[in-house]
Design a binder for this molecule. Structure first.
Ligand code: ADP
Length: 621
């Protein structure tokens, strides 16, 4: 043993192979036997299993050709083996990624190709309305595709050291405003609340790579919405310190979603890696977002962190510094956002359609009132029906220009009613039927379209969406008469996110009058019309569903039970009773899955919560 080997392997006292390596007698015999005639190679681990050696041995022979000594050469290959392991893991991730990616890329391409075929057919038939919709779908699919490809390009650019930041002067408000707009509509689609807590003293104009900062915030926000089924998402922005003309900022996104397992935490930022694949199978994603975010943050000299509890939720945060251009405080974000949204709302389309005749079908009186209220200014004639049966009676007698039909109704539900509409004779065979639903789950729209509905509107309904439906589907004579007084609002022009701190301001004492409700949320669903909101609260009180829910529970009729708690979910959210809405949602889900245990464990609690709320409302009105 040379000095180096002695130093490495032992203190010099141990010279026997069996004391130094993990090897037994039989292996030693084989080694020496084979090594005396030929060069023999093997691999050995040291006694504590830490280092691996590639071993080559061969005999040295005397002038008569007899072996007189065996020469052994040890090369430490620990690092090489580790690299090889890493390579195998990386390769596996890459194959997994390619499989996912092919799927993610193929989906929009299929969409584009299918739409293109239909477009050409419709062009031949001169059906312009369908053509428009196909073109919109092509646009959506292309944007999805582009964003996947951009992510891949960004990552490879960073990895090859070619990515450069492009700093510009920018207004932080405008960045946050855009991020919030995008998130609000996505969160609303899933029935999630979206809140902001933004430090009002943050300098209004900064210098940095605005595009990348937007990308980072949007990535966090879109993940938070994607991986959260119930509850809320909060965007926080704080200034941690200020020195040398720069501001150290912290952006945080908190959700009440699936959370991340401890053992998965390390893999979170790896390229192409998605976690909990089994559970997240139906959620679109490529596993590139966070790895790109991390790389961008590092490029900006910042830090990224994540706190998470599996099943409860996660908090993703970044810290980075930006040069200050104008230190004047940005001010109250929520206020500014509201003013901006109001300005947008003024530009919202107003239509005047006195000749249009509309039928709205819903078993919940409050929902009928919401739609009526939203359409009051259009001067359209609005009929209502409280059940599928009543709907069939009405359409047998009157011709409507459009029918809005609720899905979840006791007795005959929206789909059954629609089947009857299709198979009976009446003057409404060509009338567009829009399904109203609070089932904002992925794939729901496709399911309804397959059944033959003209379109789909998710609840709680936003006025702009409702008007957009009318513009799209009202037939020619009504459309000709309608006076469009302003261009349609841009997509995403929804009401402001809630600011926790500013819950009580600016709504004429309504927040004080109904402190147990999230009045801001409720008012949002009532077109920001406070009077209408109070009317809705009263309707909610009068539409007491306790008896119906209890009867369905006692008769263990899960279909009706599901329908009633479903109505409780959407009407509660409509008036800003978000928590009760969520509890009702959980019961609805349990009813759907036949989860008797959950229903039995929570039924009385939810009813008690509902009773308390009704009592509180009674006292307040
Ligand atoms: P993806 O395109 O899959 O969303 P990301 O890189 O953005 O890719 O995220 C990687 C993985 O981290 C996701 O697949 C998901 O499993 C997990 N993840 C990211 N954000 C969250 C979150 N807010 N809550 C729970 N899991 C998350």
């Amino acid at each position: 043993m040379n000095a180096y080997a002695e130093n490495r392997l032992s203190d010099g006292s141990k010279k026997d192979l069996r004391e130094l390596f993990r090897i037994d007698e039989a292996d030693i015999d084989v080694m020496f036997d084979k090594g005396s005639n030929d060069i023999y190679s093997t691999r050995l681990w040291d006694k504590n299993g830490k280092n691996a050696y590639s071993v080559k041995l061969n005999s040295i022979k005397d002038t008569y050709g007899d072996p007189y000594c065996i020469l052994m050469v040890f090369s430490d290959i620990t690092e090489e083996l580790e690299l090889a392991d890493k390579y195998v893991v990386a390769n596996k991730a890459k194959s997994q990624f390619l499989a996912n990616m092919s799927h993610e890329i193929r989906t929009p391409i299929n969409g584009i190709m299918g739409m293109d075929t239909m477009l050409i057919e419709e062009l031949d038939d001169g059906n312009t309305e369908d053509v428009r919709q196909y073109a919109v779908n092509i646009g959506d699919a292309s944007r999805t595709l582009l964003s996947i490809i951009n992510d891949i390009l960004d990552i490879s650019k960073i990895e090859s050291g070619k990515m450069e930041l492009v700093p510009v002067e920018y207004e932080l408000f405008s960045v946050l405003n855009d991020c919030c707009n995008m998130t609000l509509s996505r969160a609303a689609e899933k029935g999630l609340r979206f809140e902001t807590e933004i430090d009002r003293n943050i300098p209004s104009v900064l210098y940095g790579d605005e595009v990348r900062i937007r990308q980072i915030i949007n990535n966090f926000l879109s993940n938070a919405v994607k991986y959260t089924e119930t509850g809320r998402v909060i965007l926080r922005l704080r200034e941690l310190s200020r020195h040398g003309g720069s501001s150290q900022l912290e952006i945080e996104v908190e959700d009440t979603g699936k959370g991340i397992k401890d053992e998965d935490r390390d893999k979170l930022f790896d390229n192409f890696t998605r976690l909990d694949e089994e559970k997240n199978r139906n959620i679109e994603g490529t596993g590139l977002g966070l790895s790109l975010t991390q790389k961008l943050v590092y490029l900006m000299g910042g830090e990224i962190a994540v706190k998470s509890e599996y099943g409860k939720g996660s908090v993703f945060s970044v810290r980075f510094s930006q040069r200050i251009v104008n230190s004047e405080p940005m001010g109250d974000f929520s206020d500014r956002y509201r003013r901006y949204a109001e300005q947008k709302r003024e530009n919202t389309v107003q239509i005047d359609i006195p000749d249009a005749r509309i039928l709205v079908v819903d078993d919940v009186e409050m929902n009928l009132q919401v739609v009526k209220g939203m359409l009051k200014r259009t001067r359209a004639v609005i009929d209502t029906a409280g059940s599928g049966k009543e709907c069939l009676e009405k359409i047998a007698a009157v011709r409507y220009d459009i029918i809005f039909l609720d899905h979840m109704m006791p007795g005959m539900d929206g789909i059954e009613t629609f089947e009857q509409i299709k198979h009976t004779s009446h003057p409404n065979t060509d009338t567009p039927v829009i399904i109203l639903t609070a089932n904002a789950i992925v794939g729901a729209k496709e399911m309804y379209m397959e059944k033959g509905f003209t379109d789909y509107l998710s609840k709680p309904i936003l006025r702009n969406d409702l008007i957009a439906m009318l513009c799209r589907y009202l037939p020619e004579p009504a459309v000709n008469d309608k006076a469009v007084t302003a261009p349609p609002a841009e997509e995403g022009a929804v009401s402001p996110p809630e600011t926790k701190a500013a819950a009580a301001d600016n709504n004429n004492g309504i927040a004080e009058r109904f402190p147990f409700l999230d009045t801001k949320l409720g008012i949002t669903y009532c077109m920001d019309d406070e009077e209408f909101y109070v009317e809705m609260i009263e309707t909610y009180l009068n539409g007491d569903k306790r008896q119906l829910i209890t009867e369905a529970y006692e008769a263990w009729n899960l279909k009706d039970y599901g329908t009633y708690v479903h109505a409780l979910k959407s009407t509660s959210l409509n008036i800003g009773a978000a928590e009760l809405s969520e509890h009702a949602k959980a019961l609805e889900l349990a009813a759907k899955n036949g989860d008797a245990e959950y229903i039995k464990a929570h039924h009385s609690d939810v009813l008690r919560e509902y009773s308390t709320l009704l009592e509180q409302i009674k006292a307040a009105v």
